[in-house]
Write a protein that binds this ligand. Structure first.
Ligand code: ZN
Ligand code: ZN
Length: 344
């Protein structure tokens, strides 16, 4: 079957993978669409994420929609043809952290699409039923690819514990940032301020509910009359964003770091972070959040459809990665259809 392989920096090509073979405890799935994530772009632009480097060509992709095509579907309580969201994480369910309910921190985690594990930029995959979440009618294949970024956004909100009428700053208005802007409002935030240096991204945040949006984090201090926000949620690839978060919070404020800084490093001065007594938490993947994500979309409490801006065939994967990396043409989330756009 066909798949897109990242061979090295700025080198992604379609090649052949052996056919997917489910084990006794797995189901065969046909992939309809897969989103290009910021973490896929780290592999593509930097050859890895932090200390994890690509050592051999590998298939990326962990944000995807598929249909169950396995004849044994009923045995697992599913219907053949059913559209599903697939959690890319495979926790062990028996380590210390899994038993404590922290599946995102599983000691034996296997994560689909994190090198060297084969991801979803291919035609078929296999998965255990515990990773599958049936999608109700009325939700599109592209929206399902957004469930994973939405899941990260939701896990970020869970860490942030926003209280009613708190002021929130979101640094970074990519797909996850745009979910966070909407979720912050749902959580009862008073003002949501969104910052992104790329004008079309800041504008998208304003359209999706940010009270104010701009390109420079220092504007937040003007908007709050010099007080700063109660909580700053960072979701960028910019190593300077940690310091920026320290600049925009109030005394005693909280910071949630959700992004992956380019080159694997934050650059920060300690002054404001220390003087303000900042509480800092870091996001590591997401745990069991897909059911809530699906309900958020099904009940139309959140708009993820408008975040998907571009669609491509598998043969155009190089164009897709380059455009996604260039942050031009209004691109937010780009989605690739490994079995053709007619299979959605
Ligand atoms: Zn992702
Ligand atoms: Zn575990």
């Amino acid at each position: 079957m066909r798949a897109a392989f990242i061979h090295g920096i700025r080198d992604v090509r379609v090649g052949e993978l052996p056919d997917a073979q489910p084990t006794e405890t797995e189901l065969l799935l046909k992939v309809s669409s897969v989103g290009i994530c910021g973490s896929d772009l780290h592999y593509y632009l930097e050859g890895g994420i932090g200390r994890d480097r690509i050592r051999q060509p590998y298939v990326p992709g962990h944000e995807f929609c598929a249909r169950v095509v396995d004849d044994r579907a009923e045995k697992f309580g599913l219907k053949k043809g059913q559209m599903v969201a697939v959690d890319p994480a495979r926790p062990c369910y028996h380590c210390e952290n899994c038993l404590a309910g922290h599946h995102n921190l599983c000691l034996n985690m296997v994560f689909r699409g994190a090198a060297p594990n084969t991801g979803a930029f291919t035609q078929y995959v296999t998965a255990p039923p515990t990773a599958l979440f049936p999608i109700p009618d009325g939700i599109s294949s592209e929206e399902v690819t957004m469930m994973e970024p939405l899941g990260i956004a939701l896990a970020t909100m869970d860490l942030g514990k926003i209280r009613l009428l708190e002021d929130v700053c979101v640094l970074g208005c990519g797909p996850i940032g745009l979910c966070i802007v909407q979720l912050a409002k749902l959580c009862g935030a008073d003002h949501v301020y969104a910052i992104d240096p790329i004008p079309y991204r800041a504008e998208a945040a304003r359209k999706l509910g940010a009270d104010k949006a701009g390109g420079d984090h220092r504007q937040v201090m003007e908007w709050t009359g010099g007080r700063g926000v109660d909580i700053c949620i960072e979701i960028t690839d910019n190593g300077a964003s940690f310091e920026q978060a320290g600049d925009v919070i109030r005394l005693g404020g909280r910071i949630i770091l959700g992004g992956i800084p380019e080159g694997g490093r934050y650059t920060t001065e300690s002054f404001d972070l220390r003087r303000k007594g900042a509480t800092v938490k870091l996001v590591r993947r997401m745990g069991h959040v897909y059911p809530r994500c699906i309900r958020l979309v099904e009940s139309k409490r959140i708009d993820i459809a408008s975040i998907v801006t571009h669609k491509w065939e598998l043969d155009d994967v190089k164009t897709a990665f380059d455009l996604q990396a260039s942050r031009t043409d209004g691109v937010q989330k780009g989605v690739v259809f490994p079995n053709g756009m007619s299979y959605a």
